[in-house]
Structures are given as structure tokens and as C-alpha cells.
Design a protein. Structure first.
Lengths: 340, 432
């Protein structure tokens, strides 16, 4: 038998099956769950809900039950989801890993089923393990909103970042197309490897026409990152990246996820810290974003964080509007009947 | 013991070079007679199985299974695991020592083979190479061998220390046992739960680099080269990377006694099959890149791969219904190996059926030195599988004879349906 010929002939291996996720049309597990049109819809609803009379807004989800399930500490995400749900009139309950049966060893599946039995109609999940939101959705078939899963995704952060970018670069447009951000370069700098914010942004922004530059040292930004999707490039030289950027997104070094990785922080600051000097010299018009928490004097100087180009607190404010839209979508999609 | 005559079937016995219409008579646990159709002379009083349109082959041999006993009977027992083996056409399985406690003693080795275990297939224990599989103190291989161990390994806990691995290889060579290595440099795979690559990055999971496997294979080959005169035999378990297969291929050209196996999931699936954190696609070694998968197919087609072995690794349902990173490694495989091999290697990729059967019986028997198995010559053990090589069917995990249902192949189309499995003359499985 001519072995070489046998091997070279094209082999048709078993196909990868289509994903059954999301089971529920109201779920937001990954930013990739949304079409560009779906993104527009959320942006439009965010603005509409923000502008609405609070007393009227209160009726939208009056007395509906939403659970916040948090396995990691959080200030911004938790508070803004809670405020968003309450602004729509929903009842919320917070379950955290430190004051619940999770401490006694209850599994995520059982915790989810328990919340569902208690009447939760949607679950907002923050978890330290990548993929936890998928497990929860599969277990409960409830709408699940991914509020950050391990190193994987944080879709509502990408949406609120987008809203912030649109406010400054596109007059607050709410209708987006694959060309909306054509000509815009966004540099994401720092601990890309461990960042769910980076992953959701690098998957969303290129779909609206933006170029995404990833910037950081090899330890925090492996070459394989380039394969995450189209429209992504890697630039190790921070200053070269700054020169090309309309938007600069800085990330915290996630000490809790370094897992033994040795990093010379002094060297890191020398190469990658966003200082007033660098900003003024290389990107004087650029907008500075940071998902928080910021570590002043580490990835960003206090001057830049508080400076005129900083949009960091605006991002926080946008979080509430975006999450109102996402929470509304979760429960109102449910009324039209789940797919599963 | 009753006699069984299998008539009107087509016998494929790769080791004996037989591929012809034959009737076969099994008596007292051995093959008693083989003759042309209707020509058996000693079949009087034998139970007759009509194998018209069916293939008769040596019972399959899986040299890499986890039967979980002693100690983890909630996942699988020797009885349930070998029932699954019989349903998959296997009559011999080699059981890995990562039980509780670890099988590092003649007592446990004997316990696993005792009739009280209720096995439907012959169980060949593979004993731990080191005490407690801790990679330090080397066990007494001669004692383990006389208790029935057919090889030694610290499967799942690779032997990293050069000095210990060298001692294991040379002690095993003296005893005439093969050393099976789960090749993984665990110093560079800590916290990792899938293959390192674009997919692991995208999923936010820590990845195991291909080098974690290939570097240990290369290190082991170097040690075997140093022990050349001792004729040490190294067997690389569940090979999953192109680099590891290439290293084995080269070592064989250099005349070293190095063999390797590939699991069906590694010649069929890739890291893309992890999908969104499907824990039934989590095993160790992990599903690799498409290039690695293609290298496994190439290795099987060009002959460098010596055996198809399933790495049958049953787990309880609740253990897999957890966060991907928390889930234990492993999938079941005994009931799907033949059906997948015929569907893909034979039907899709045109590998002759006889070569597939050889990888599932004759070659693994030779590799572990299982005498009178993996072939159906007169006097061999009456280990037989009879199947319809053309029948298509759908695998349903819920119908599994295994206690565990953790398979990525639920709902897959299989080809080659088992009609009867006979272990040492005993009918242990009858298919629909």
C-alpha cells in the first residue's frame, strides 16, 4: 500500500457539532451571542431607559425576581447590575460564595436550581472559573447574564466600553453597523492573558469596523491571542501602539490569577505604564478607558486616571444603562418563550 | 464447558493471515477447530451460532482502561467495566493502577483478577511502577509479574525524575515487562485543562503545551537508548501530539523497542470539540490541534502506531457536571472503539478492516506478551467477537453497560455492530 499517497489524500474528519448555546434567547453568555443588530438594540434601549421617567421605568419589570450570584468580589459590576435591575422595578437578591451554602460545598448546578426553585427568573453570574455561565445556563435553562467568568468573557463590560467610545467618537450614536468604527484603533494594554474584558472587547470592536491592537509583554500576551478573531494585531511596543490609537484601554495586572508567573513589575511599569508624559507626547487626543479596579501608580498614573482624557468614571455610569437594557432583554425575551 | 460452533461467517485473523469464509469450533475455552463452511468435524452437540453475513475476529484487546476498582466503585466496577468491554467486542482489558489504593502490590493485582469480581472479560492488571505511583521507590516487578501484572506504569502521574525512570526501565527489562508512560511534563501543565492554543486562549483556559508530551517522550527515548543493551521496552500511552509520534517513528527506525497507542478520540476529535466547556471533551492528554489529530491518523495508516487503546475513564455524572476546570479528566470508550474505527478508519479513510482488527487485537496482544490471545488459531483462547461490519447504528450513552455515561460520542453514528462476544468460550454479550 502506498502509505504516503493514502495519507496525503484529503481526510474528512468528523465535523464539530453546532453549539446548543444559548438555550435561552434572553441569555448573554458571550458577546458573540449578539448580532450587530442585537448590539444596536441594546445601545438604543440603554439610552431610552436612561432617559425614561424613573417612576415609569419602575413598571417594566415590576416585582420580577432576579438573582445575583457572585463567586468573586466586585464593586462596579455587582452594584450596577443591582441598580439596573431595581431601576426596572425588579426584586433582586444577592448570593455570594462567602455567605451561602456554596461555602458548604454546594455545586454551581445545585445553587442554580435552588435559585430557580426560589422563583428567580434570571441569574446574573460572576464566577472565577471560565465557562461557569454556560454550565449554569445548561443546568437551569434560565436566562443567564455573564457578569464575568474567570479569564473568559465579560460581555456587558464590552458593551459599556462601546457606549463610552461611541459617546466620544461618534456623537453618542446608538445604531451601529459593521462600519461604525471604521478607522478607529483601540489599543488594549496589559494583562491580556488573564483578562475577560480584553477578550470580550477584542471580539466585539472589530465586528464594528475597529482595529484592535493588543499590547503587553509575552508573559501577559501570548502570540496565540492573535487567533482569537479577525481585526486583531499584536504590538509589543507600547509607544508605537499609542501613536496609532484613538482609544487606549488599560488593564490591571491580575495578581490573583498569575499562578506562579514571575513578572518584574518595575520593568513592566517602565515599558507599559500609561503616564501623562507618554499620553501628551504620543496620543494627546486619545480617550483613556480602564474597566477598573485601577491600581494607581501601576498600570496608570494618578494624573492620567484623573485627567481630561480619562473616561474611567463615565464607563462606570454607562454600566448602569447598559445593564438595564441587558436585564430587560433577559426577562422580556423570556416572555416570548424560551427556545429550549 | 459447552462447545460453541460459529458457522457461515467470514473469519479475519490478521496474525494468522486468514481472511476467508470459515466455521470455527470453540471447546473448553479454546479454539478447537477451524474449517471451511459446513466442514467442522467435531461440532456434534455444540451450540450453533449462525454468523451468516457476519465477521468473526479475535476478541478485541484494550491495553488502556480504568476499571476504578479497588476503591472507586461509584464510578465503575470491574464487573460493569468489563460488561461494557464485552458489549464493545473486547475480551481482554489491561487495567491501569490508579485505583484507591494504587495497585502497587501483588495482593491488589491478584484481587483484581479474582473470580469474585464478576468480570465478563479477562482483566490484565498493569501495576504501578513506583510505590503509590509517587515516582520515588521502584516496586518489586518480579513479584508483581508473578501475581499477573502484564506491564508497569504510573499512569496519570508520569515519572519525571530521570534516575527513577532509568531504574524503572532497567528493572522492567530484567523482569520482561514493558514500561508504559503517560508522557506529560506536569511541571508545565499545572492548572491547565485543555490543549494550549488559540482555542484555550479564546476560552480563557490555561493550556497544556504539546511539548509537555513530546519532551517526556524524547527524554524517555534517550533513556531507552542508554539502556539499549538491556532491551528495555517503553510503551507511550495515549499519544496525542505530532511531535511525539514523530519521535517514536524515529526511535523505531533506530531499532529501539518503543511502541505507542492512540485513542479513538485523539484520531477523531480536536480542541474545537471542547465547544463551550463540554466536560465530556476533557481528558488528559487533551484533544489537540487539527494538525496533531491528522498526525494520529497518519501514524495509524503508516504503521507507527501499534495499538488503538481507549483510555476508558469512567466518572460519575455529578463529577462531570461542574466547572470545566474542576471536572476530572477522561471519557468512556470501550463500547465505541470498534464502531468509530470502522466508521472512520475503514469506511471514510479506506484502511483495510484486517489492519484495524490487528490494531485492536493481534498487535496489543504482542505488545503486552499476552500468549494465545489476539489470534484464533487452534489452541488459542476462545476469545471471539462476531460483528456485522456493514451495520450502521447510533450510540446512546444511556444504553451503556458502563456505570458511567461520560462520552463525547453520544448520538454518533457507528459502523460495525457486535452480535456476539465470547470470552474464553463463554458467551458474554449478545447484541440485538
Amino acid at each position: 500500500m502506498n502509505v504516503a499517497a493514502a495519507v496525503r489524500r484529503p481526510l474528512h474528519p468528523p465535523p464539530v457539532p453546532a453549539s446548543p448555546f444559548p438555550y435561552h434567547p434572553g441569555s448573554l453568555l458571550s458577546i458573540m451571542d449578539l448580532t450587530v443588530e442585537g448590539v444596536s438594540h441594546i445601545l438604543e434601549r440603554a439610552t431610552a431607559l436612561e432617559d425614561m421617567d424613573p417612576l415609569k421605568r419602575d413598571d417594566i419589570l415590576a416585582k420580577r425576581r432576579i438573582a445575583l450570584l457572585f463567586y468573586e468580589s466586585s464593586t462596579r459590576t455587582r452594584t450596577s447590575f443591582e441598580l439596573a435591575a431595581k431601576s426596572l422595578g425588579a426584586d433582586t437578591t444577592l448570593v455570594s460564595n462567602l455567605s451561602s451554602s456554596i461555602e458548604k460545598g454546594e455545586s454551581l448546578k445545585d445553587t442554580g436550581l435552588t435559585l430557580r426553585a426560589l422563583g428567580a427568573e434570571a441569574i446574573i453570574l460572576r464566577h472565577n472559573s471560565s465557562g461557569a455561565a454556560w454550565l449554569l445556563e445548561e443546568s437551569t435553562h434560565l436566562p443567564v447574564l455573564n457578569a464575568g467568568d474567570g479569564m473568559h468573557e465579560h460581555p456587558t463590560q464590552a458593551l459599556l466600553d462601546l457606549r463610552t467610545i461611541l459617546t466620544h467618537l461618534r456623537d453618542g450614536a446608538t445604531h451601529v453597523t459593521p462600519e461604525t468604527l471604521a478607522g478607529v484603533t483601540v489599543t488594549i494594554t496589559g494583562d491580556i492573558l488573564h483578562s475577560r474584558v480584553a477578550r470580550s472587547n477584542m471580539l466585539l470592536l472589530p465586528r464594528l469596523g475597529a482595529k484592535v491592537i493588543l499590547c503587553g509583554p509575552k508573559e501577559l500576551l501570548p502570540e496565540i491571542a492573535i487567533g482569537a478573531g479577525p481585526g486583531i494585531e499584536i504590538e509589543r511596543d507600547f509607544e508605537a501602539a499609542l501613536r496609532r490609537s484613538e482609544v487606549i484601554m488599560m488593564l490591571r495586572i491580575q495578581a490573583e490569577r498569575l499562578a506562579g508567573l514571575q513578572l518584574d513589575l518595575q520593568e513592566y511599569k517602565t515599558s507599559y505604564q500609561l503616564t501623562g508624559q507618554r499620553l501628551a507626547a504620543l496620543a494627546p487626543q486619545a480617550k483613556v478607558l480602564h474597566p477598573g479596579p485601577i491600581i494607581r501608580g501601576m498600570e496608570i498614573t494618578a494624573g492620567v486616571a484623573d485627567g481630561a482624557q480619562s473616561c474611567i468614571l463615565e464607563q462606570v455610569t454607562n454600566g448602569v444603562a447598559i445593564r438595564m437594557a441587558v436585564v430587560e432583554r433577559a426577562l422580556l425575551s423570556a416572555q416570548q418563550g424560551a427556545r429550549a | 464447558m459447552t462447545a460453541i460452533a460459529i458457522r457461515n461467517g467470514h473469519l479475519i485473523d490478521p496474525a494468522a493471515g486468514v481472511d476467508a469464509a470459515k466455521d470455527i469450533l470453540l471447546k473448553d475455552g479454546r479454539v478447537a477447530e477451524i474449517a471451511g463452511p459446513g466442514k467442522l468435524k467435531m461440532a456434534n452437540g455444540a451450540e450453533v451460532l449462525d454468523a451468516t453475513g457476519l465477521t468473526i475476529a479475535p476478541g478485541l484487546i484494550d491495553i488502556h482502561v480504568h476499571l476504578r476498582e479497588p476503591g472507586q466503585g461509584y464510578k465503575e466496577t470491574i464487573a460493569s467495566g468489563t460488561a461494557a468491554a464485552a458489549a464493545g467486542g473486547f475480551t481482554s482489558v489491561a487495567a491501569m493502577p490508579n485505583t484507591t489504593p494504587v495497585n502497587d502490590s501483588p495482593e491488589i493485582t491478584r484481587w483484581m483478577q479474582a473470580p469474585e469480581r464478576g468480570a465478563s472479560a479477562r482483566v490484565f492488571p498493569i501495576a504501578a511502577a513506583t510505590r503509590g505511583s509517587r515516582g520515588e521507590a521502584v516496586n518489586d516487578f518480579a513479584a508483581l509479574k508473578s501475581a499477573g501484572a502484564v506491564a508497569v506504569t504510573d499512569d496519570g502521574r508520569p515519572i519525571l525524575k530521570d534516575s527513577v525512570m532509568r531504574e524503572v526501565l532497567s528493572a522492567a527489562a530484567r523482569t520482561g515487562l514493558c514500561v508504559i508512560q503517560h508522557a506529560e511534563d506536569t511541571r508545565i501543565t499545572q492548572g491547565a485543562s485543555m490543549n494550549l492554543g488559540p482555542v484555550s486562549f479564546k476560552l480563557g483556559l490555561r493550556g497544556m503545551p504539546a511539548e509537555a508530551e513530546s519532551q517526556i517522550v524524547e527524554r524517555d527515548i534517550r533513556l531507552v537508548t542508554e539502556l539499549r543493551d538491556a532491551r528495555a521496552h517503553l510503551h507511550v500511552a495515549h499519544t496525542s501530539t505530532a511531535a511525539a509520534v514523530a519521535a517514536v517513528r524515529q526511535a523505531r527506525r533506530n531499532g529501539l523497542r518503543i511502541t505507542c497507542e492512540v485513542a479513538p478520540h485523539h484520531f477523531l476529535l480536536t480542541e474545537e470539540h471542547v465547544g463551550f466547556y463540554n466536560t465530556h471533551a476533557k481528558m488528559n492528554p487533551p484533544l489537540r490541534s487539527a494538525a496533531d489529530r491528522d498526525a494520529m491518523i497518519e501514524g495509524i495508516l503508516d504503521g507507527v502506531v501499534d495499538a488503538i487503546a481507549t483510555d476508558h475513564a469512567p466518572h460519575a455524572a455529578h463529577e462531570k457536571e461542574v466547572e470545566f476546570e474542576q471536572a476530572p479528566n477522561g471519557i468512556t470508550g470501550l463500547e465505541t472503539a470498534l464502531g468509530l474505527s470502522i466508521q472512520w478508519l475503514h469506511k471514510e479513510w479506506k484502511m483495510p478492516l484486517g489492519r484495524i482488527l490487528s490494531l485492536l487485537s493481534a498487535q496489543p496482544a504482542a505488545l503486552l506478551g499476552l500468549k494465545n490471545r489476539g489470534t484464533l488459531t487452534i489452541g488459542s483462547y476462545a476469545d471471539v467477537v462476531v460483528f456485522d461490519p456493514r451495520a450502521e447504528w447510533t450510540y446512546r450513552a444511556t444504553d451503556s453497560k458502563s456505570k458511567a455515561k461520560n462520552t463525547p460520542f453520544d448520538g454518533w453514528t457507528m459502523r460495525g455492530k457486535i452480535r456476539w462476544t465470547i470470552s474464553e468460550g463463554r458467551l458474554v454479550y449478545t447484541g440485538a
